[in-house]
Design a protein around this ligand. Structure first.
Ligand SMILES: Nc1nc2c(c(=O)[nH]1)N[C@H]1C(S)=C(S)[C@@H](COP(=O)(O)OP(=O)(O)OC[C@H]3O[C@@H](n4cnc5c(=O)[nH]c(N)nc54)[C@H](O)[C@@H]3O)O[C@H]1N2
Ligand SMILES: Nc1nc2c(c(=O)[nH]1)N[C@H]1C(S)=C(S)[C@@H](COP(=O)(O)OP(=O)(O)OC[C@H]3O[C@@H](n4cnc5c(=O)[nH]c(N)nc54)[C@H](O)[C@@H]3O)O[C@H]1N2
Ligand SMILES: [Mo]
Length: 765
């Protein structure tokens, strides 16, 4: 038997340095940090080539995030940001890990490496297998690899014993083929990273507005009177969004930021595309900052809504857009009645704010017509996450601030094609209409029963009801909650397979047998029988466009993701009428199939070749809410947080540093929060430190409490920080061990990784 390998990163400190928190985002430091990453990983000449190509009209779609590119004017040099540059450096790295690397380092040894070291080892060059009982991965041919998977899948008692995960970088073409393969195999077990990300947005928006996506376009930011940014850190995670916010400001709009942390990027910003401005003071972005307590957003929004209602009563027609409400919405009376059940006095302590601050926000909302609300993980990863987002919609509906220029919903997506993957049918629920189209086009009967999402897939593997795990990208063990529980779930599988560009911890926490299938990255040329191919992706605002790789592949043994699916399908499915190998000769053929089965893709091949691509239909953008259950936009009744902290307890949010892409650790710095060379830190209010008798850089353990269960994350350094009392923050994935598998959002099932109730224990050694 092989030894149990480490599911958590090593608990070693790396040598912390604390610095001043910068006063502005982007600027020269960001440019130099980006170039340093690119040049050290990729080399200077190739590096400049890659950057020049990023997000240009016929260039490479940046794998960094899903923020859209401007329709018309693009920066001359490149539409890139510091973290996009790091993302591309990570993929285009010169370093390689060949079969020799795996022969040298055992799986156990690698599991002692930090995530940073694992990531830096380089691109995987060959398909690899870890045989049952073996200590090292060894080379395997593609043919043997596909055969191994096919045999294992076909020996299962039911197709529902296999789980097929997707991370959000997968192109439309690969995603479409993948879901088709999985459904032909006979299951809807298609969990994806969306389940941990914007699932709550999808659930809330579908119910209220009839579409699970946002309604605004990039141009709307030029016309907005007011943009609210709630629970999002764009300076780090969507840096190009700062350009859009600065356009809002230039055009006279205002910005409200709602966040437990004063994130630097939201305060002050320097345009990276304009070198003349790099050394300047930068532009103030936020007009009003509300430093809300973690999970205090529903309470805060309810107070604002109550203030709006009060003003409307006092001065009729001064706040609500009655025409819009009358024509387009349902449920106003019940919503207003429910608001009366809450008193501002009761709600206020949940927010941690002064009433005067909230009055200022209400005033800005009351006096402006065109409002955009942006949000990300700060709203979606809570027990009441769906309530958070529905409450955001209530506010917009009262103002009629949707379906018109300069107004609407803006859930800012994470992975660069996470939205496209959903459009392609990567979902554990198969929409009946899509199922019918698949059945007709491909002559088979797709399964109808709902499959596993991320959390239920982990539980099923743990119960040994699922026995094969297949990951199309991503890093399942590190991205999911309850690390030790999830690791055990994966260890119980007969086979775990990861399609990956780079090594990660999910290769080291494995089933009885494990395979690594190395694939082309987006920056690389993808040559198939008919010549070089491009793929297509959908950004956060529903624009479908091309992405073309220009680099030589990291190894001649890599396959594209569509080719991997075709190989898998051919080795597994006996009666498929799909010509898998034919489809991948020319991706236009895959796109023809997408056009035949998914709405909005008419003349796909032609339209996607046009400059900038095309917009998908969006009913909310068109001010049409017919797809909801009532045929109208729905007001909803939502509840503030019901989690109450005891005196010594804290609410922990697990967030990203400025130097990581989810579980990929680019470096050990969090420059915008003044922490260098260390990830095992916890940010805490100085008053709470005093209460606990803690000093700066004291060592502590974090213990989470849920349903009388305790989980411990050992060894974190205390950092005094500007954060509301009884709120603390630390980084993911180190803290995922604290997030209980059963602690998840109502309705969306998203792990509640921003509402983790913990106590803090000083380590005395
Ligand atoms: N460079 C880089 N870019 C990325 C990623 C990355 O890891 N690195 N990840 C990508 C992905 S997949 C995603 S989903 C996005 C994530 O983008 P974000 O959602 O910006 O990422 P997080 O670090 O989780 O930050 C959440 C923010 O919400 C705040 N917050 C936490 N809890 C609450 C709350 O209860 N209320 C409010 N109002 N605020 C709260 C936190 O202080 C923090 O500022 O970024 C994408 N882009
Ligand atoms: N505690 C906590 N947990 C969280 C979150 C949080 O805020 N807090 N955020 C959640 C969110 S929003 C998300 S989206 C998930 C992310 O979950 P995942 O998407 O599963 O994780 P990533 O870290 O983005 O995946 C990185 C791996 O993808 C592979 N990869 C990179 N590029 C490619 C490619 O082109 N093709 C293929 N096949 N593989 C590639 C590399 O091998 C790399 O190691 O994590 C979630 N987990
Ligand atoms: Mo995400």
């Amino acid at each position: 038997m092989t030894k149990k390998t480490n599911a958590q990163p090593p608990k070693k400190f790396t040598g912390i340095k604390l610095t001043e928190i910068p006063t502005k985002a982007v600027g020269t430091k960001a440019i130099s940090s980006a170039l340093q990453h690119v040049f050290s990983e990729v080399g200077v000449i190739k590096g400049i080539g890659v950057l020049k190509n990023l997000n240009q009209t016929y260039g490479l779609d940046c794998p960094g995030c899903a923020w859209p590119d401007p329709d018309e004017k693009r920066a001359f040099l490149a539409e890139y940001c510091e973290n996009g540059a790091k993302a591309i450096a990570e993929e285009a790295t010169k370093n390689r890990i060949s079969p020799m690397f795996f022969a040298t380092h055992s799986v156990e040894e690698l599991s002692n490496w930090s995530d940073y070291e694992i990531g830096k080892s380089g691109r995987i060059t060959h398909p690899m297998i870890l045989k049952e009982g073996a200590t090292h991965y060894e080379e395997i041919s593609w043919e043997e690899a596909f055969k191994t998977i096919g045999n294992e899948l076909n020996s299962l008692a039911s197709p529902n014993e296999a789980v097929f995960y997707t991370s959000g970088r997968t192109s439309n073409e690969a995603a479409f083929l993948y879901q088709l393969f999985v459904r032909q195999f006979g299951t809807n077990n298609l969990p994806d990273c969306s389940n941990m990300c914007h699932e709550s947005s999808g659930a809330a928006l579908s119910e209220t507005l009839g579409i699970g996506k946002g309604s605004v376009t990039l141009d709307d930011f030029n016309h907005a009177d007011l943009v609210m940014v709630i629970g999002q850190n764009p300076g780090t995670n969507h840096p190009r969004m700062l350009t859009a916010l600065s356009e809002t400001k230039k055009n006279g709009g205002k910005i409200i930021s709602i966040n437990p942390l004063p994130e630097v990027g939201l305060k002050n910003y320097v345009d990276p595309q304009n070198p003349l401005k790099w050394i300047g003071k930068g532009q103030e972005l936020t007009d009003l900052f509300l430093q809300v307590k973690i999970n205090g957003d529903v309470a805060l929004l309810k107070i604002i809504l109550k203030m709006m209602k009060q003003r409307e009563l006092e001065q009729p027609n001064s706040v609500f857009n009655h025409q819009f409400i009358q024509e387009k919405t349902a449920g106003l009376d019940a919503f207003l009645e429910d608001l009366d059940k809450y008193s501002i006095e009761d709600l206020l302590p949940q927010t941690g704010l002064e009433i005067s601050q909230i009055e200022q926000a209400a005033e800005l909302i009351i006096n402006n017509e065109k409002i955009i609300i942006c949000w990300a993980m700060g709203l979606t990863q809570h027990k009441n996450a769906v309530d958070n987002i529905r409450e955001v919609v209530n506010l917009l509906l009262l103002k009629g601030s949707i379906g018109k220029k300069g107004a609407g919903t803006c859930p800012v997506r994470g992975h660069s094609n996470v939205q496209g993957d959903r459009t392609m049918g990567i979902w554990e629920k198969l929409k009946p209409e899509f199922g019918k189209k698949l059945a007709k086009e491909f002559d088979f009967s797709p399964p109808t029963e709902t499959g596993y999402d991320v959390v239920s897939a982990i539980e099923a593997m743990h119960k040994e009801e699922a026995k094969v795990f297949f990951g199309m990208g991503g890093n399942f063990v590190s991205a999911t909650p309850d690390t030790e529980f999830t690791a055990d779930a994966l260890r119980k599988c007969n086979l775990t397979v990861q399609v990956s560009t780079k090594l990660n911890r999910s290769h080291l926490i494995h089933g009885k047998q494990a395979l690594i299938l190395p694939c082309l990255g987006r920056s690389e040329k993808d040559a198939q029988a008919s010549g070089e191919q491009f793929v297509t992706v959908e950004n956060s605002m529903g624009v479908v466009h091309q992405s073309v790789g220009h680099l030589k592949p990291a190894s001649e043994h890599l396959l594209s993701e569509p080719a991997i699916v075709a190989g898998l399908a051919t080795a597994t499915l006996q009666n498929s009428k799909v010509e898998w190998n034919q489809l991948i000769t020319n991706y236009d053929l895959i796109r023809d199939k997408i056009e035949a089965t998914i709405k909005g893709f008419e003349n796909y091949n032609e339209r996607v070749r046009k400059k900038g691509g095309f917009y998908l239909p969006n009913n909310a953008r068109d001010n049409n809410f017919k797809p909801t259950a009532t045929g109208k936009a729905n007001f909803t009744i939502n509840k503030p947080s019901e989690i109450y902290l005891r005196d010594h307890q804290f609410m922990l949010m697990t967030i990203r540093t400025h130097d990581q892409y989810n579980t990929t650790i680019y470096g050990l710095n969090d420059r915008y929060r003044g922490v260098l060379n260390e990830r095992r830190v916890v940010f805490i209010n100085p008053k709470d430190m005093q209460k606990l008798g803690l000093k700066k850089l004291d060592k502590v353990n974090l213990i989470s409490h849920f349903n009388n269960e305790q989980r411990t994350a050992e060894g974190f350094l205390i950092i005094p920080y500007s954060i509301p009392q009884q709120c603390v923050a630390t980084y993911f994935p180190e803290a995922n061990v604290l997030v209980p598998i059963k602690s998840k959002a109502n309705i969306s099932n998203t792990p509640a990784s921003k509402t983790v109730v913990i106590t803090i224990e000083k380590v005395t050694i």
